[in-house]
Design a binder for this molecule. Structure first.
Ligand SMILES: NC(=O)c1ccc[n+]([C@@H]2O[C@H](COP(=O)([O-])OP(=O)(O)OC[C@H]3O[C@@H](n4cnc5c(N)ncnc54)[C@H](O)[C@@H]3O)[C@@H](O)[C@H]2O)c1
Length: 437
């Protein structure tokens, strides 16, 4: 059993802390947000993450997991300190490492010789090397160990990783991490710290590229009369391509992909590497988000200004309440900026506690959002949207069109309710054609 400190108790930190306690270690997590820490101490978890509240409370009760805002003497007594701190994008797109750097003086002063710092935050290639220089403690190993969990599946992914990437200069570091993650069964990629850091960015950027490629194909399908679902299936059977991350949708977003692609572009700029492909990726993703607004406009029987648009889903994906860089929220705001009246509902978002601006109003139910709508726009793939009482909702709408950007609704069911369903990547809509006729 190791005694470890986790710095940062957000999605990655809290999951890491709970899972390490689950593996039998004694874990203390430190977070700068006093309100969050007080809630955690009371066993309240504000992240929507299946299994996480139960796991946190279980290990709090055994005394193997605790929380505070104050490092006190704990770091001195830790075998390892895991950094799960935020690395948000600066205005210029580069990663802001202030939270990570802020801990270096404390770690330099208090860590005992032979201990380890494990860097789980996503940091630009070359960061570990810089931090080692600033830390100036040759007796402490700093291991790059990027995290690949997906929100909504955090516990599962942490305990069942596809791979464990270990970027270290000393073989002893790999042995240590293998013992810390003792029962995790995954291929281990041993490499140098800079390559480990790049693996994380390269993975996220590749996922973003796949999504954008799918959206580009979907738009092409609309113009040439092809079927994106069949095209996706047809290419996805090729194991060299794979069938995930190929769904057309409202573009990629969330707390990781946008900031990580931008940080990699920034690394390219800093090192004068031509990353034109990634510039195009950012621009094309923004275009596909704007395109949803254009499609809504085409489907409306009246001008967008003053029209009533019901938005279903605001979180960046289903099974999370995370709104950071959410394409759904972005598109809802774009519609509101065009002076549409937008009423939005998300099952995981507390309407009364979430501030909005302009003509965007959050509601507590899908029924309230859809009442009086000229068009319904589905932006997050919550399974419950397919189960809504569409017959009842249709009666309360002013219009009769639903644009499902996630392709999860049942066409027959909606047709039975008297609604026209429009999805991305289907041939240019007869609905819009009829409107302009
Ligand atoms: N969220 C994900 O799905 C995910 C997946 C893999 C990797 N990552 C990476 O992991 C890192 C953390 O991401 P996250 O999503 O967990 O962030 P988060 O915002 O959910 O959590 C960060 C936590 O750190 C705390 N914090 C901020 N500054 C602090 C400081 N100076 N000292 C102590 N605590 C501080 C915050 O209060 C917050 O609770 C980022 O680099 C991110 O890119 C995130």
């Amino acid at each position: 059993m190791e005694t470890v400190t986790v710095l940062g108790a957000g999605y990655v930190g809290l999951t890491t802390a709970a899972c390490l306690a689950h593996l039998g270690h004694r874990v203390h997590a430190i977070d700068a947000d006093a309100a969050r820490v007080h809630r955690l101490q009371a066993g309240e978890i504000d992240l929507l993450e299946p299994g996480l509240p139960e796991m946190v409370r279980a290990h709090q009760q055994t005394g193997h997991l605790s929380f505070s805002t104050d490092p006190g003497s704990r770091i001195g007594g830790s075998d390892a300190v895991l950094l799960c701190l935020p690395t948000p994008a600066r205005v210029d797109g580069s990663a802001d490492l202030a939270a990570v750097r802020s801990w270096l003086p404390h770690l330099r002063r208090h860590l005992s010789p032979g201990r380890r710092i494990i860097l789980k935050s996503t940091v630009p290639p070359g960061t570990q090397r810089q931090l080692v220089t600033v830390l100036d403690r040759p007796d402490i190993a700093m291991i790059s160990n990027p995290e690949f969990l997906r929100e909504g599946h955090a516990i599962h992914d942490w305990l069942n990783p596809d791979r464990i990437v270990i970027g270290a200069d000393e073989p002893e570091s790999t042995r240590y991490l293998s013992s810390l993650y003792t029962s995790l069964d995954a291929p281990v990629v041993e490499t140098d710290p800079t390559s480990a850091e790049l693996i994380k960015y390269a993975a996220n950027t590749f996922l973003a590229l796949k999504i954008t490629y799918a959206n580009t194909l979907a738009e092409l399908c609309e113009h040439i009369g092809a079927n994106i679902t069949d095209v996706r299936t047809g290419i996805g059977h090729d194991p060299r391509i794979g069938n995930t991350y190929l769904d057309a949708g409202p573009g990629w977003g969330g707390p990781c992909l946008p900031k990580d692609v931008r940080a990699l572009v920034s690394t390219g700029t800093r090192t004068t590497t031509d990353l034109g492909l990634l510039h195009a990726l950012l621009e094309t993703n923004a275009y596909h988000q704007r395109r949803i607004v254009t499609l809504v406009e085409q489907l409306l029987p009246r001008p967008l200004t003053g029209a009533r648009v019901a938005v279903l889903g605001l979180a960046f994906k289903a099974a999370t309440n995370d709104l950071r860089d959410s394409p759904a929220l972005h598109i809802a705001n774009l519609l509101a900026a065009r002076r549409a009246h937008v009423t939005a509902y998300d099952p995981a978002i507390d309407a009364s506690a979430t501030p909005t601006a302009g003509q965007l109003t959050l509601t507590e139910s899908a029924t309230a959002a859809v009442a009086g709508a000229d068009v319904v726009l589905v932006l997050t793939e919550w399974p419950e949207f397919a189960e809504l009482p569409w017959h009842h909702l249709a009666r309360d709408m002013r219009g009769d069109v639903v644009l499902d950007t996630r392709g999860k609704l049942d066409r027959t069911l909606l047709r039975g309710a008297g609604l026209h369903l429009r999805t991305l990547g289907e041939p240019f809509s007869e609905i819009a054609a009829a409107r302009t006729a």
